[in-house]
Design a protein around this ligand. Structure first.
Ligand code: SF4
Length: 327
């Protein structure tokens, strides 16, 4: 038993990749927390370290070349990097589940959907074969797959992309996880199906009471469902706060850029796809990060000091924190 204040508490996490080209500091001193039942949005362009952060929590970083070199990942007070792979397997997919960008990354093509979901019940809840199979059908129904009694006998490739996403969500939720990590759960889908998947996740969140960490580049989606936002840039947290604080009073020039790239409410279709194209410049290579603030080469408000020295996170009050020399 322990009484850690947060369900998940990531402290000063550093995950680096050691390659021939040099050391890529994919996650460089990242701290954030997730509370029970909360939905947290982890936002940024691709390559900013969001996915590596999630994979670090899951202990799924390919090692080598990757390595968690520093920091703590406290889940229910237990530091996950201290666990053996065997101990970790008892948590991964059971107490912490992840939905991947690509459904086929978690669905096995040679087994039926029913085999794969019922296996979760056999493994993690020690239910019998028959009961597990019935639960699998029930899960497919819950994620609104039509004729689940029939679909349960099908192989992943027989399902459409949207159905595969649903099957993956069913599998991720089948063990009633305390944390569900969803990495761009909708990137590959068209806007309507994407909206359905997000609605579905929110409905399931109510039913299952899982805390959700939603990883996305799409602030439109975040606005609808998250309570708090963590914005990442080049491996670092650059801004963090309650959703209202970030949307009404964004402080970091990068966050402001991200928000400008979302059309005003009413001008966009629901969950409009925004790929943040409007921010000029490209994400710096993690191998050759500029000295000082990583956003310096793209920042419209850059000052002399920004090029010399990287700013620390500054607390602005109410949990709103920003990493920028303007504050
Ligand atoms: Fe821009 Fe300077 Fe702030 Fe970095 S520290 S975001 S370069 S103003």
């Amino acid at each position: 038993m322990n009484h850690h204040p947060h369900l998940l508490d990531v402290q000063r996490l550093k995950t680096y990749f050691y390659t021939f080209e040099g050391v890529a500091k994919a996650v460089d001193d990242v701290s954030f927390y997730l509370d029970k039942g909360e939905t947290l949005g982890l936002v940024g362009e691709s390559g900013c370290g969001k996915t590596v952060t999630a994979l670090s929590v899951m202990r799924l970083i390919p090692e080598p070349p990757g390595k968690i070199v520093h920091g703590k990942i406290l889940f229910d007070g237990v530091n996950l990097p201290d666990l053996t792979m065997r101990q970790m397997r008892a948590i991964r997919g059971k107490r912490i589940s992840m939905i991947f960008q690509e459904p086929m990354a978690s669905l096995n093509p040679v087994f039926t959907i029913g085999d794969q979901i019922s296996e979760m019940f056999v493994l993690h809840q020690r239910l019998g074969k028959k009961e597990s199979w019935e639960r699998a059908v029930e899960m497919l129904r819950m994620v609104q797959i039509p004729s689940p009694e029939k679909r349960v006998h099908e192989y992943p490739h027989q399902l459409s992309g949207g159905m595969q996403q649903r099957a993956m969500i069913a599998m991720a939720l089948s063990c009633n996880p305390e944390i569900l990590i969803a990495d761009e759960p909708s990137t590959a889908l068209d806007v309507t199906i994407q909206a359905q998947i997000i609605d579905l996740m929110m409905q399931l969140k109510k039913d299952f009471d899982a805390a959700i960490m939603l990883i996305t580049h799409d602030l439109g989606v975040i606005a609808e469902i998250a309570q708090r936002i963590v914005v990442m840039y080049a491996g670092k947290v650059v801004e963090e706060g309650q959703i209202l604080a970030i949307f009404e009073d964004p402080r970091h020039p990068y966050t402001r850029g991200l928000l400008k790239s979302i059309p005003k409410l009413g001008e966009r279709s629901r969950y409009g796809r925004q790929r943040l194209k409007e921010i000029a410049g490209i994400v710096p290579s993690l191998y050759e990060l500029p000295p000082g603030c990583s956003f310096y080469p793209r920042c419209p408000e850059a000052m002399a000091i920004c090029q010399e020295k990287g700013p620390e996170l500054t607390e602005l009050g109410g949990g709103h924190r920003v990493r920028c020399w303007l504050y």
